[in-house]
Design a protein around this ligand. Structure first.
Ligand code: ATP
Length: 621
């Protein structure tokens, strides 16, 4: 050993030279400030102060950290990318509990996680707790197990053989049974093994479902019972693949006038391969256009089911705009108009009525599109059982439901296709909304004491209708003077009060249809900048360019309504923002927070602030 070599230690390195930038980050976390001194660094590590200083200097030479001389005595050091210190992402996996806890996840990580795990909770330090359930693996939108495992390893940053084994078994479980068409035309249920057919399928299904065995692992099934067979086996933990030859209906000529984006093309290919499925993507990500691509690929007569009449008209216009179909090819079937053409758009409500059965029987539909698939009401679910022989395509931005209808969607329509939200955001197809929860004080003491003295619905209404929100709305509008803004409300009195206070028209369920359309048109054209909209006015209406959504009350009873409202501001138009007002210290505050957790699980950034409107700002020109 020569004099220049480091002192002898029991390993072959000097810890000071082995220390990586990570140690600095850890020390900084421990110190609790985004910078540290060499003395602090040495205290948090086992380095001497001199070694600590030398290490910091070396890292500074490499450009990883920077020095600032704040006093004569000691410099402070901070990482070049200071943001990483405050928001450093950490992913911790608990394989036995099948849980992942992520501190400060970035949007991409959240989007990746949402493909195979479900957000269960958030903790106070900004951490997100994800859970992996069987259904999440069954429904993962990946094409192969390898793809799914690759995404998981990418997010988790490590391999867990234990977890991967479980994921593999769940993935395989979802591929144990399939329905197929026999060459003689009848439908067959095929199991992966004799054992599964003998011990799972046959005991659970009766003569109405299974006609006769063909072999130990195959049964001839009653075609009218396929939906029920799928549901029964799903509930038993075996989702069934549906690989039957599906009807394509009478042919239609239809070309697309625009080019599908790569991811849309991929969705369409996966759909035509599977024959059924649900496009899952954030609002504005081009699901409607991709569905038109699927229609062109199937080229069969198509029935499109939508939740509202407005949406039917929008579909009609979009089909004429983006495809070679003309008005003569397209029928609308709902409360206002009843014509059945090669492509027909009907509302769920009308289609669900028994007296409108002809809608299903009059033509040979090859494809049924279920728009906003989470809206499918039960009469349609029942009828969907009859539609099992056709291609089925669902569209949704919000696959998660409060109830077990999630299973119905999976079994009656098909498995989800494509949800890499992070990629869509990154590629700029969907602008990330900033969702902000603003906590608003009471407008006056009378309201507050009214809140305290009531209970149940009245209490909820008192918090929702807090007049303190009116000032906050004025403030938010003045903050964004050029933005096209929608103010959402739940209660008519509140809507009227806000409408008067900010001098903007109010659209409610009582507004005649023609006036609604007129106001929405003016808003679209930019002749009107602000609208107050009640829950009824909100459903299914396309308001493409809203840049600011102010939710004064009424996020509705379910998470998907929260997500849909947020969706209104998520158009590719650009900087979109959603501000949710909640009365501070009330149940509304907790409620809103819980609902926004769902959005957060979808990879959307949600922040919380205190109300700004102490004094409404002076509006400048
Ligand atoms: N391939 C494409 N080329 C050009 N424009 C497109 C394409 N796909 C979608 N768009 C445009 O992007 C916007 C949103 O698309 P689309 O309405 O299909 O989204 P969506 O996901 O169905 O939205 P929502 O969930 O709100 O119904 C529309 O203005 C549409 O014309």
């Amino acid at each position: 050993m020569t004099a220049e070599e480091p002192a002898d230690r029991d390993d072959d390195s000097d810890p000071a030279t082995e220390l990586e930038l990570d140690a600095v980050y850890d020390a900084i976390d421990a110190v609790g400030r985004p910078h540290l001194t060499a003395t602090e660094f040495s205290r948090k590590t086992d380095l001497t102060p001199d070694e600590a200083r030398a290490e910091l200097e070396r890292l500074a030479d490499d450009g990883d950290i920077e020095r600032q001389n704040v006093s004569e005595v000691e410099s402070v050091w901070y990482p070049t990318d200071i943001a990483e210190v405050t928001d450093r992402e950490r992913v911790v996996l608990f394989p036995d509990r099948r849980e992942v806890v992520v501190e400060h996840p970035d949007q991409f990580t959240r989007a990746q996680l949402s493909q195979f795990a479900r957000l269960q909770d958030t903790n106070r330090s900004g951490g997100y707790v994800y859970e992996l359930r069987e259904e999440d693996i069954w429904a993962a939108p990946h094409e192969s197990l390898e793809d799914l495992l690759a995404t998981m390893r990418d997010v988790l940053g490590e391999r867990s053989p234990h977890l991967e084994e479980w994921v593999t078994s769940q993935w395989e479980r979802a591929r144990k049974f399939r329905l197929k068409t026999h060459e003689d035309g009848y439908v067959v249920l095929e199991a992966d093994s004799d054992d599964l057919m003998g011990n799972v399928a046959r005991p659970k299904l009766d003569d109405d479902h299974l006609r006769a065995p063909i072999s130990d692992s195959e049964s001839w099934v009653n075609e009218d019972a396929t939906a029920e067979i799928k549901r029964t086996l799903y509930e038993a933990g075996y989702p069934v693949r549906d690989d039957r030859d599906l009807e394509t209906g009478d042919a239609i000529e239809m070309d697309l006038r625009l080019r599908l984006r790569d991811y849309q093309q991929d969705w369409v290919e996966r759909f035509t391969e599977q024959g059924s499925g649900v496009f899952v993507g954030p609002p504005g990500s081009g699901k409607t256009v991709a569905a038109m691509g699927a229609m062109a690929a199937i080229s069969g007569e198509t029935l499109i089911l939508v939740p509202s009449r407005e949406l039917a008209t929008q579909w009609h216009d979009e089909l004429v705009r983006h495809t070679s179909l003309t008005d003569d090819d397209i029928g609308e079937y709902h409360g206002g108009e009843k014509s059945i053409r090669p492509v027909t758009i009907a509302t769920y409500r009308t289609a669900g009525m028994d007296r409108h059965r002809k809608l299903f029987d009059q033509r040979k539909w090859g494809l049924i599109v279920f728009d906003e698939v989470h809206h499918v009401p039960s009469p349609i679910h029942r009828r969907s059982a009859d539609l099992q022989t056709k291609h089925r395509l669902g569209l949704t931005a919000t696959p998660t439901r409060e109830s077990d209808d999630e299973e119905e969607i999976f079994t009656l329509i098909g498995p989800p296709i494509g949800t890499d939200w992070g990629k869509l955001f990154d590629e700029g197809y969907v602008a990330e909304p900033e969702v902000e929860i603003r906590l608003v004080p009471w407008g006056n003491e009378t309201e507050q004491s009214e809140y305290s003295s009531t209970s149940g619905h009245d209490r909820r209404q008192a918090a929702a209708s807090n007049t303190g929100k009116i000032d906050e709305i004025r403030y938010a509008l003045a903050e964004n003077p050029a933005a096209k803004a929608l103010v959402f409300i739940e209660y008519l009195d509140q809507g009227e009060a806000i409408s008067e206070a900010i001098d903007a028209p109010f659209i409610s369920g009582e507004t005649p249809h023609a006036r609604r359309e007129k106001l929405f048109d003016e808003f679209r054209r930019g002749e009107l900048n602000t609208l107050v909209v009640s829950r009824v006015g909100d459903e299914g209406i396309d308001l493409p360019d809203a840049e600011l959504a102010l939710v004064a009350s009424g996020l509705g009873g379910s998470r998907r309504q929260g997500a849909q409202r947020a969706g209104r501001t998520m158009r590719p138009a650009g900087d979109a923002r959603m501000v949710i007002l909640a009365t501070r210290g009330t149940t509304e505050e907790d409620f809103v927070r819980r609902q926004m957790r769902h959005l957060a699980s979808k990879g959307i950034r949600v922040t919380e602030t205190e109300a700004e409107a102490v004094e409404p700002p002076v509006k400048t020109e």
